[in-house]
Design a binder for this molecule. Sequence first.
Ligand code: ADP
Ligand code: MN
Length: 177
Amino acid sequence: MAQNNRRKPNILITGTPGTGKTTMSSALAEATHLRHIEVGELVKQKNLHNGWDEEFNCYVINEDLLCDELEDMMEEGGNIVDHHGCDFFPERWFDHVVVLQTDNTILYDRLSKRCYTGSKLTNNIECEIFQVLLEEAKESYPEDIVVAMRSDSIDDMTRNLDALKDWITGWSPNPSD
Ligand code: ADP
Ligand code: MN
């Protein structure tokens, strides 16, 4: 694998919408002084999309524009990237990939509270049942950097946060040197 010169690690937090990516990423960023990049917000703010998808009610991300926008920050290191997909990011960007997972019933409640209905709601629940994001992460990154973490409760969140803080503290650049 290509060497990199990062002095701080890059972490990807992925998972089905509602599994707690943004909550976890912002808490982790606050605790570690890493930079939280909420991809959906960045895409909106900087117009890194090809318009609005009427069927799925979301922006169609322009993946090339997004990756160009992120490249320098990722090279520098110290980023927590929060996104519900991961197959189009360069593999070399990430040192650790976290896939958050939530019990279907709990996820259903969270998404209903967020006013998801109809096919948008059922598509996301199916996405979670079939572990789509975990499979995507395993196909896109080396298996030894991908971890699944349960995110059903506040206790889970606290435990995950502690584990990730420890991982960041223990990380050192270019371990093969
Ligand atoms: P995502 O960014 O993955 O879509 P959010 O971080 O926005 O998810 O979380 C969705 C909702 O679920 C929020 O109301 C949040 O407070 C709640 N939540 C997230 N993770 C947990 C958890 N581990 N336990 C309980 N509630 C959670
Ligand atoms: Mn989010």
